[in-house]
Design a protein around this ligand. Structure first.
Ligand SMILES: CC(C)(COP(=O)(O)OP(=O)(O)OC[C@H]1O[C@@H](n2cnc3c(N)ncnc32)[C@H](O)[C@@H]1OP(=O)(O)O)[C@@H](O)C(=O)NCCC(=O)NCCS
Length: 150
């Protein structure tokens, strides 16, 4: 993700989320050196994006989003697989993420990909009713590499 992508990324983020990240949020994420990728089609149209933050041996998935008009076509899974491969390539031990309790679609994607529910963070997100809990989910990569090496 380049600075020149931020306008379209913010646009997609706003279409896809009720409480979206702002343009400033994306700008500071890039400035902070978070790893950020956009996924485009042959016409260079951005279809989705993801942002991760590496903290020691932990990969924190900060954002993953697919443009609403192309959701449900497997792009979300592809983007998540990219993050898993990237995390493995830098010998990360774990991928962590928070997801809204009501976001069953995303939870299903994570569970099907091998993430487990670790904890509930009470009132983590703003919501129409005031606040909403987050589910903390994790994928243990150290365990995966153990199996892969056998
Ligand atoms: C969550 C998101 C990234 C998934 O991307 P996507 O391209 O729509 O998902 P995919 O087509 O790759 O589907 C992946 C899995 O999601 C789940 N899924 C997809 N569409 C679904 C639907 N309509 N209902 C329930 N689950 C669904 C399924 O488990 C699916 O796996 P399957 O194809 O094996 O059944 C996308 O919906 C999105 O950007 N949502 C808004 C932003 C968001 O919620 N981000 C996550 C924040 S934690």
């Amino acid at each position: 993700m380049l600075e020149s992508d931020i306008a379209e990324v913010t646009n997609i983020e706003q279409q896809a989320n009720t409480f979206p990240w702002s343009r400033k949020h994306f700008e500071s994420s890039l400035k902070a050196g978070h790893q950020a990728w956009v996924f485009s089609n042959d016409q260079n149209e951005i279809l989705g994006f993801t942002i991760v933050q590496q903290i020691l041996d932990e990969t924190h998935l900060l954002n993953i989003c697919v443009k609403p008009t192309v959701q449900g076509k497997g792009y979300g899974r592809e983007i998540l697989n990219y993050v898993i491969k990237f995390s493995n390539s830098i010998s990360s031990n774990i991928i962590l993420l928070e997801v809204r309790q009501t976001n069953l679609r995303a939870q299903q994607l994570y569970l099907n990909s091998g993430f487990n529910e670790m904890a509930v963070r009470k009132n983590y997100y703003p919501s129409d009713n005031g606040s909403e809990d987050a589910i903390l989910m994790a994928m243990d990569l150290s365990l995966m590499s153990l199996f892969a090496s056998k």
